[in-house]
Design a protein around this ligand. Structure first.
Ligand SMILES: CC(C)(COP(=O)(O)OP(=O)(O)OC[C@H]1O[C@@H](n2cnc3c(N)ncnc32)[C@H](O)[C@@H]1OP(=O)(O)O)[C@@H](O)C(=O)NCCC(=O)NCCS
Length: 261
């Protein structure tokens, strides 16, 4: 691990990953992830075979290794129609060329964490995806206990849309994963079930408001109808509260804000 003097100020720059990064890339993956990757994966990354990648290096590194990777992001372009998130997209079957960017791996060596390197790498991939006119979203899986990564994706405005039971199998144990999505180029699903529910509730609320204002105007039947209106309104309130509780504090480990579709 790289060790710093307190006075060291990293000067991070970003560049594509290349063949000379092979050994370091493989070593960092080995150090950071509980999953082992095939040699072929690293070969594909450094040769840009079906994989796009960004690397971070410290141009001000005290040990002189100013071109050695300290962070990386690897991703693959997949066809939207073949993906597991096709139901979450505003997918147009007449445009079969729609694509997605799937983040395969993202990591920063320990001594370079919390400098914003991963955030910058994510911004790079989002910008790449947004500039790619057929692309509809960037998405990824994260193991359910990885709080720093979950915090990071939420901070970067990814939406947590699913919890996948026993998605990972590591050292004889199953772990759930969260599926995070960042929509680009209008790729967002028009309405998730939660949004439909929110829409229904807000329509019901505005309907009630309208009815109430009409009732107030109606001098003759004011009293009896207002009473009815109050009853329906209070019937709706618990539903609203339940929805907020589910949305904000539910999610069994994923933290607040997760939407489970
Ligand atoms: C996740 C990881 C890539 C983040 O890299 P990084 O360069 O430190 O990320 P950034 O500096 O851009 O942002 C880190 C954010 O996480 C927060 N964070 C750090 N440790 C945290 C923790 N234990 N719990 C919650 N949040 C945490 C930081 O405070 C910071 O958020 P802030 O900007 O709101 O303060 C890095 O921790 C890592 O490589 N982990 C091991 C590999 C991994 O888990 N990869 C992701 C697989 S899906």
């Amino acid at each position: 691990m790289v060790k710093f003097e307190a006075s060291h100020h990293p000067l991070i720059s970003y560049r594509p990953i290349r063949t000379s990064d092979l050994d370091v890339l493989e070593k960092i993956h080995g150090d950071l992830f509980p999953i082992r990757y095939e040699t072929e994966f690293f070969q594909n990354v450094v040769n840009g075979r079906d994989i796009i990648s960004w690397g971070a290096v410290d141009r001000n590194r005290p040990d002189g290794q100013t071109d050695e990777l300290v962070g990386f992001l690897t991703a693959r372009i997949v066809m939207a129609r073949d993906s597991e998130i096709v139901d979450l997209l505003r997918y147009d079957p007449s445009k079969s060329d729609q694509t997605l960017v799937y983040i395969l791996t993202l990591g920063v060596v320990e001594s370079y964490r919390n400098f914003g390197i991963a955030s910058s790498l994510i911004r790079e991939v989002i910008q790449y995806a947004a500039n790619f006119s057929t692309c509809r979203a960037v998405y990824l899986h994260v193991i359910s206990y990885n709080n720093p990564a979950i915090h990071l994706y939420k901070k970067m405005s990814f939406q947590c849309v699913r919890r996948l039971h026993a998605f990972y199998y590591i050292n004889g144990q199953h772990y759930d994963s969260y599926l995070f999505i960042y929509y680009v180029n209008g790729g967002r699903s028009p309405c998730s079930p939660l949004e439909v529910l929110a829409l229904l509730i807000s329509s019901a609320k505005s309907g009630l408001k309208l009815a109430a204002s009409r009732l107030w105007k109606d001098e003759n039947r004011k009293f009896s109808k207002l009473q009815k209106c109050k009853e329906s309104s209070s019937d709706l309130l618990p539903t609203m509260q339940n929805m907020r509780i589910h949305d904000g504090s539910g999610g069994g480990g994923g933290g607040g804000g997760c939407q489970f579709v």
